[in-house]
Every structure is written in structure tokens, then in C-alpha cells.
Design a protein around this ligand. Structure first.
Ligand code: MN
Length: 417
């Protein structure tokens, strides 16, 4: 069975740090190490962070590699595996209070301590289960602020409020990265993220019913916070340094009243440092299969990468195989697959899209600005890009850095016989 503690076997230990900025600083200063914090000051639980450090870790967690990744994920997506309900689960072995959990303060002006690796699960009478990741601000010993952007959980909460009801939720903290990836994936409304997790992990995800709410949670979660999003209640949430490393402003956001906290024996709290590689990769990498699928409708796409330089969100590189391809259509479909993308570069599959130097080589030798740049003015931009207009409009550019058909001879690299 796959869980967090099994995955982090090789973590480096650090003793005696505080949840107030010290652990966040250690995570920031050691981006290439998974860190296990023991003897955390004032807390009885251990903390782990930088669980995923780079793309290779996510490939490994999913049992794949850079070449097979997109196809493997799309295959899992097409073959969901229903979770299995168990009666007894490690995540319910013991109980504690919200204040016993070593929640981190990350950045100087954050509005408080934030839970950043919590998978929030809820049910809707029509749409079934939803699992998604939300930042959670600790208001007091039994209340959490939850930032909900207009997606699935937002809809569940809106519908519950329309019925005049609280929305029961459970928050799982500390799970295997393949499950965390599934909860980050955002499949269409009604598609159960836990079934995607089962397909990605190669066995049904074991879930257990919560004690105080009618929601199931992964049986091997380190911590589970049960509660309800209160009907009609809003409270100031933020500021919070989000994915770009700049502060997201204070908003009136829903409030969760906590009804119970359970945990595994010797539970490990999972921290996730906002704006760094782990945060960006879990946001960006699930978009790559989406872009692939969209482009595959019009061209023989080989691979897709949202690059580190584009913060795994704003810049894409796409490689194409041989065959019929209309580059304008490829670019249109790429932007449709990931509407937040601002620049996309199309290359042939002799270019290594994960190597920025190789991509620059394609730009230097295969691209002419007057002929190969496709400019889209006045598009809806990403709120994460500070260079967009005040009203959030942006210019997108698609770049054709492929070799023109029939010219392969002229563009080929010279070889020594
Ligand atoms: Mn969903």
C-alpha cells in the first residue's frame, strides 16, 4: 500500500526547529532535499516537507518517466479505479485537537499559519464526491478559513447554501504524492479524483468513513480534520504568499467549523512551501496531459512541457512527430488546452523539450519572427502574471520553431562520418 511515510524513506532529519518561519526557511534553503523535522518546538508531531523536489520525483511517484508520463496519466484517466471502503483505518487510530497540529507560518506578512497540503473532500447529492486542494488558514482552535475559487468545491458549497445547509468536509493531510497529484488534477465535475488516484497507484484507494461527517477519506492519511463549511458565514482570509511568491490579498472567504481531528500513530504532518518547486509542479504538471489531448486532435504530438522558467504555468514547449500538421491549429489547440498559458513554442521531436538550451537552439536556427510568430492580442490572461493589463488582458504568442516541410536536409546537424 502506498502512503506518505513509505514514500519519504530517504528524508534528511533536522531537529528542534519552530513552526514559526524556521521550518519554512529550512525548506526554502534546501530545495533538493526532503526534510523530516523532529523534536519540533512546542509540538508532539514530526513535520515533513519538500516531499516532491522536481519533475523526476513526480514521475517516480506515478511509476513513470518523462517519455511515458503523459500517455500513462491519460490511460489512468480513461480507466478510473473505484476506491475500496474499509471499516478500520490507520488515520483514525488516535485523536487530537486542531492546535496540536504543527501548522507552519511560511512568509512574513501571511495572515496566520496555513495548512497547504490538505486535500478537501466533500459530497454533492448530484455530482458525488470531489477532492481538491485548498489553502486553509487557522483562525482559532476550531475554525479554519478556506479559500475557494469558482470550481467544483465552490459549486458544492453554493448548492449547499442554496439548500440552507452547511457542507460537510474532511481534510486529509499527509498522503502519497500520486494521490496528491490526483487531487491536483481537476478532472471534469462528477469525475471522482479518488478513482483517478486508484488508477495512478495501480490499486483501489482504501477509504474510511469519517466519525462526525458523511465523507470518506484515504485510510492512510497522516491527519484527518473533519468539519463543515458553515452556511452563510464569511471571514477575512489572507494575506497569503501564493504560487508566484507575491502576496494574495485579503478576501472574505468561507469558514470551516472543525468537529474532530484524527491521526495515525506517530503521525507526520506534511508541509508544502508555497511558491516553490513542489507547489508549482503540482499545479502545472496536471495541465500537460490536458494540452497534449487538445493538440492531439489536430497533429501528431509527441510531448508537452510547462517549463520551470515559465513557473510551470505560463510557458509551454510542445514537440511534434512526423506527419500532417497545421502549426496555427496546433497553437490554437495548445492555448485551448491550458488557457493560462501565455507563450508556447512548437518544436520537432529531435529537440529535447526539457532542455532549455536545446529549445533555444530551435528558436535560434528554425524561427523567423515575421513568418513564424502567431500573435493573439487582448486575450484573458493569468492572474499570476503581473505584466498583464490592469483588466487582466494579455497578449499571447505562439512560436513555430519547427523545420519547414521538405527542408529537413538544410536544417540537419552536421555529423562526423
Ligand atoms: Mn473535481
Amino acid at each position: 500500500m502506498k502512503d506518505l511515510r513509505g514514500y519519504i524513506g530517504r528524508a534528511m532529519e533536522m531537529k528542534g526547529l519552530s513552526v514559526d518561519f524556521e521550518i519554512a526557511r529550512a525548506l526554502c534553503e534546501n530545495p533538493d532535499k526532503t526534510l523530516l523535522f523532529t523534536e519540533v518546538r512546542d509540538y508532539g508531531f514530526r513535520v515533513v516537507g519538500n516531499v516532491v523536489r522536481n519533475r523526476a520525483d513526480i514521475y517516480q511517484a506515478l511509476g513513470t518517466d518523462s517519455r511515458r508520463y503523459i500517455r500513462d496519466v491519460l490511460k489512468a484517466y480513461d480507466n478510473p479505479v473505484e476506491p475500496a471502503v474499509v471499516e478500520k483505518a490507520p488515520c483514525q487510530e488516535e485523536e487530537c485537537s486542531l492546535y496540536d497540529i504543527p501548522v507552519l507560518r511560511h512568509f512574513e506578512k501571511d495572515g496566520g499559519p496555513f495548512i497547504t497540503a490538505g486535500i478537501v473532500t466533500a459530497k454533492d447529492p448530484e455530482h458525488g464526491r470531489n477532492a481538491s486542494i485548498h489553502r486553509l488558514m487557522v483562525h482559532d482552535d476550531n475554525r479554519l478559513g478556506i479559500r475557494i475559487v469558482p470550481r467544483h468545491l465552490f459549486e458544492y458549497h453554493r448548492r449547499a447554501e442554496e439548500r440552507g445547509e452547511d457542507l460537510e468536509v474532511a481534510i486529509s493531510i499527509g498522503v502519497h504524492p500520486a494521490l496528491f497529484y490526483a487531487a491536483s488534477y481537476s478532472p471534469p465535475l462528477g469525475y471522482d479524483e479518488f478513482a483517478l488516484a486508484g488508477a495512478l497507484m495501480g490499486h483501489p484507494l482504501e477509504v474510511v468513513r469519517c466519525r462526525t461527517v458523511d465523507v470518506e477519506v484515504p485510510a492512510l492519511s497522516e491527519f484527518v480534520i473533519e468539519g463543515r463549511i458553515l452556511c452563510g458565514e464569511r471571514r477575512s482570509e489572507g494575506p497569503f504568499a501564493d504560487v508566484t511568491g507575491t502576496y494574495d490579498r485579503v478576501r472574505q472567504e468561507p469558514v470551516i467549523e472543525v468537529t474532530k481531528v484524527t491521526h495515525r500513530k506517530d503521525a507526520i504532518y506534511q508541509a508544502l512551501l508555497p511558491s516553490r518547486a513542489e507547489h508549482r509542479l503540482f499545479m502545472g504538471m496536471p495541465q500537460e496531459p490536458r494540452i497534449f489531448k487538445s493538440v492531439a486532435e489536430v497533429a501528431p504530438v509527441k510531448n508537452v512541457c510547462l517549463t520551470d522558467g515559465g513557473r510551470n504555468w505560463l510557458h509551454g514547449v510542445i514537440s511534434l512527430g512526423k506527419g500532417e500538421r497545421d502549426i496555427k491549429k496546433v497553437i490554437d489547440h495548445a492555448f485551448a488546452g491550458h488557457p493560462s498559458m501565455k507563450h508556447v513554442i512548437i518544436v520537432d521531436d529531435d529537440i529535447d523539450i526539457f532542455d532549455p538550451v536545446d529549445v533555444e537552439f530551435a528558436l535560434a536556427t528554425r524561427f523567423q519572427g515575421h513568418r513564424d510568430a502567431y500573435i493573439y492580442r487582448d486575450m484573458r490572461g493569468s492572474t499570476l502574471d503581473p505584466s498583464t493589463d490592469e483588466d487582466g488582458r494579455t497578449t499571447k504568442v505562439g512560436i513555430d520553431a519547427t523545420i519547414p516541410a521538405g527542408r529537413e536536409e538544410d536544417y540537419g546537424s552536421a555529423k562526423i562520418p
